[in-house]
Design a protein around this ligand. Structure first.
Ligand code: ZN
Length: 239
């Protein structure tokens, strides 16, 4: 039996070791932080659990930054793709779990598969857990889904936070998120979708923005972005 792991992001206020060694405390002792309530440490079984009993792995900001710096030292195409695929596969696993949960909740009435539900309802629900896990706030726009495209805006990117510093970035950084959004929407659409970041806060933008759609057109989007096409103009061309 495979064990699904959800990945929790810890901002750099404490080490993963403190989270791992925190003994369980009663829920209403008045001292629990929202993170403690979200991640339960079970030292006897050597695991961390989310409120729905799923096992969790913790990815502290330190590790997230190091992963990008070491694995993607120059952020060449191969390392970008690896990080993107990590996000993509992670999202697929999360969506399989969500699909089961939704079927259990609505299982008695038929017409219940995830892809028969409203896209925004499904994706918002998926992201709620990731937002609680520290991965930032996301708003989805599915108004062009009939044409095969979706858009996402991300605030508080953990990747940008982890890589903040004196280095001046010249390319968007959030390939992990592009993979996450592409994986989740591929699952929902039952058709492979690709994702690309068209605007990143690492380059001074107020929010990170992503386009998700069929591979050939997303390749074109990436080309437009590299040519300097503004995000709003990219979006206009896709809708
Ligand atoms: Zn970004």
């Amino acid at each position: 039996m495979s064990i699904a792991l959800s990945v929790v992001h810890l901002p750099p206020v404490s080490s993963p070791f403190s989270a791992r060694s925190t003994p369980p405390r009663p829920i209403n002792d008045g001292r629990r932080s929202s993170r403690d309530e979200f991640i339960r440490s079970l030292p006897t079984e050597g695991s961390l659990r989310l409120p729905d009993a799923r096992r969790a792995a913790v990815m502290p900001a330190l590790f997230l930054g190091q992963l990008h710096r070491e694995l993607a030292h120059d952020l060449d195409d191969a390392s970008r793709h690896l990080i993107y695929k990590f996000g993509y596969e992670w999202a697929l696993q999360e969506m399989i779990l969500l699909s089961r949960t939704v079927q259990e909740e609505f299982g008695a009435g038929g017409n219940l598969d995830l892809w028969q539900m409203d896209a925004k309802f499904v994706l918002d629900r998926w992201w709620t857990v990731l937002a609680q896990a520290g991965w930032g706030r996301v708003s989805f726009d599915f108004s062009s889904l009939s044409r095969g495209f979706a858009f996402a805006e991300l605030r508080d990117s953990s990747v940008v936070a982890a890589l903040s510093g004196p280095v001046r970035h010249t390319e968007p950084l959030c390939h992990l998120y592009a993979g996450l959004f592409a994986g989740a929407i591929s699952f929902y659409e039952r058709s492979e979708r690709h994702g690309v970041e068209i605007q990143c806060t690492a380059l001074g933008a107020p929010v990170c923005r992503f386009a998700i759609g069929p591979g050939s057109q997303i390749d074109e989007v990436e080309m437009w972005r590299k040519q300097g096409t503004a995000p709003d103009e990219i979006r206009r061309r896709l809708t």
